[in-house]
Each structure stands twice: as structure tokens, then as C-alpha cells.
Design a protein around this ligand. Structure first.
Ligand SMILES: [Fe+2]
Ligand SMILES: [Fe+2]
Length: 268
């Protein structure tokens, strides 16, 4: 089976990019399943029922998130009712929402007769990030029960440090189909398949305006670095690109066969 993971969708330009490009990408890559990180989908910070609905109607099957998940108060409603939205797993027990789920592929394009189940796991790093529970321990435990349901498992590891990302993915090598990083908004060029069969990319990049600093207007960010005073960071507008990765997975073993970075510019 083939899945597309879309890096952090930033604001309206990011949502529009998904709407515009996803139908063609689904065709072109014969995609079975689409996962997107939506932590910045509402005005650059957080996610609301409205922006989540927009992303789902554009053809995304599951939305993952990260540290910006909590920025809009309407997210509580989503976490209570929307099983297709995941939050990082390693928040303390009792936190609303869930960090993992198993989803059915609606119409598998491969030769597989039986329906295909995909496990999706969202975990957050803690190096240069808020101090959550240990992502390695939480993920290992969660992967154990996910593997009883399916061997096809995708992990969005939302983290800052490449060392933590690589170590985390190496730790899960052979246990999951793919680990792709998010949060830095900068796509890395280190896509590879580890010896155990886990596909890896340190960061998927972000989907939104790239004439920017990580999706925000350039000038206020420079002013912030010059003066250290707080600034309003509006979402930028120009050079909108969809960033992500397509991963091909063997249905029976859950091992990755191929990983390819995606960078598609929206014209006009
Ligand atoms: Fe982000
Ligand atoms: Fe983030």
C-alpha cells in the first residue's frame, strides 16, 4: 500500500494547497491513505473543528498534531469527538484525546483482497521542547498493542532535535513501517530505509507559504530577534508549497519498500 504524509499545514494558504493538490497527488501516486499534521492549520496556531473539517474534506484520512495543538480553545471539542485527530501520545495520563488509532483503508489499490488496516501513532520529542513523558517508553508500549491489530504502522514524531528523531526511529526500526519527523518546518534530505524495514525522514517540512520564516511574515520575526520584544506573527502568503513524503509499504510484512520526498508548488 502507499501512503502520503503531509508536513505541518500552516493557515489558510496551507489548507488551500492541500485542497488544490491532493486530488492530483492521490491519482499520480495511486495513494491508499493520507495523513497530515494539522497543528498549525488555524491561522498558523492550533486547529479548530472548521479547519479540521476542511482538511478531511480535501481527502486527508487522519490528522496528527504537536505542541501547538492547544492554541485554539475549540480543540477540546475536537479531541472529545473526532477519532481521526491524534494528539502526541506522551502527554500525562488523563489528557483528552488519543495518541494512536487504527484506521481502515477505504479502497485499497493493491492486490490485497481483505481490507487493510493502518495504525497511526503521534509522539512528541522533549529535547528543546516542553517536558512530556518519555516518548521512547510510551511509543514502545503503544506499538506493542498496535502490532496485535496491524503491521502497517506510521509514526509522526513531532520533535526539534535531529539526534532525538534519529535515535527514536532507530529504536523502533523493524517495529513500525515509517517514522517521519515534523515540527521544524524544514524538509530534510535524509530519507532512507533502515535495516529492519522502517522508512525514515527527519522532517517532512511544512505546507504553506515559503516566502516566510517557517510560514510566518519575515519582518516581525527579524524584529523579534533584533529587539527581543514580542511581535505578532501573521501567516505569510507567497510561494505556497506542499511538503511531505510518499511511503510504499509491503501489506503483509508492514516493512517499507520505498520512501520519496514530496515538494509541490501551488501555481497562481
Ligand atoms: Fe508546526
Ligand atoms: Fe510544533
Amino acid at each position: 500500500m502507499k501512503l502520503l504524509f503531509i508536513g505541518d499545514i500552516v493557515g489558510q494558504p496551507g489548507r488551500n494547497a492541500v485542497k488544490t493538490l491532493l486530488p492530483r497527488l492521490r491519482e499520480q501516486h495511486a495513494l491508499d491513505f493520507v495523513i497530515a499534521n494539522g497543528e498549525n492549520s488555524a491561522g498558523g496556531s492550533g486547529i479548530t473543528p472548521k479547519t479540521a473539517e476542511e482538511i478531511f474534506s480535501a481527502g486527508v484520512d487522519v490528522i496528527t498534531s504537536g505542541d501547538h495543538l492547544w492554541d485554539q480553545k475549540e480543540v477540546m471539542e475536537l479531541l472529545a469527538n473526532e477519532k481521526r485527530l491524534l494528539r502526541p501520545l506522551n502527554y500525562p495520563p488523563g489528557t483528552p484525546g488519543q495518541g494512536a488509532g487504527v484506521f481502515e483503508v477505504q479502497s485499497p489499490k493493491s492486490k490485497a483482497q481483505s481490507p487493510i488496516s493502518v495504525g497511526v501513532l503521534n509522539v512528541q520529542g522533549r529535547t528543546f521542547m516542553p517536558p512530556l513523558e518519555n516518548p521512547f517508553l510510551f511509543a514502545a508500549q503503544e506499538v506493542k498493542w498496535l502490532r496485535e491489530l496491524t503491521k502497517i504502522i506510521f509514526v509522526d514524531f513531532h520533535a526539534e532535535a535531529t539526534s532525538e528523531k534519529i535515535a527514536f526511529a532507530r529504536f523502533l526500526d523493524g517495529q513500525v513501517s515509517a517514522v517521519v519527523g515534523t515540527h521544524t518546518h524544514v524538509q530534510t534530505a535524509d530519507e532512507q530505509i533502515f535495516p529492519g524495514g522502517t522508512a525514515y525522514l527527519s522532517d517532512a517540512g511544512f505546507t504553506g507559504p515559503h516566502e516566510s520564516v517557517l510560514g510566518r511574515e519575515i519582518e516581525p520575526v527579524i524584529r523579534r530577534f533584533l529587539t527581543n520584544m514580542p511581535q505578532r506573527f501573521e501567516v505569510a502568503k507567497e510561494r505556497v508549497i506542499l511538503h511531505g513524503a510518499v511511503i510504499e509499504i509491503d501489506d503483509a510484512s508492514g516493512k517499507a519498500l520505498k520512501i520519496q520526498r514530496v515538494g509541490e508548488i501551488v501555481n497562481g
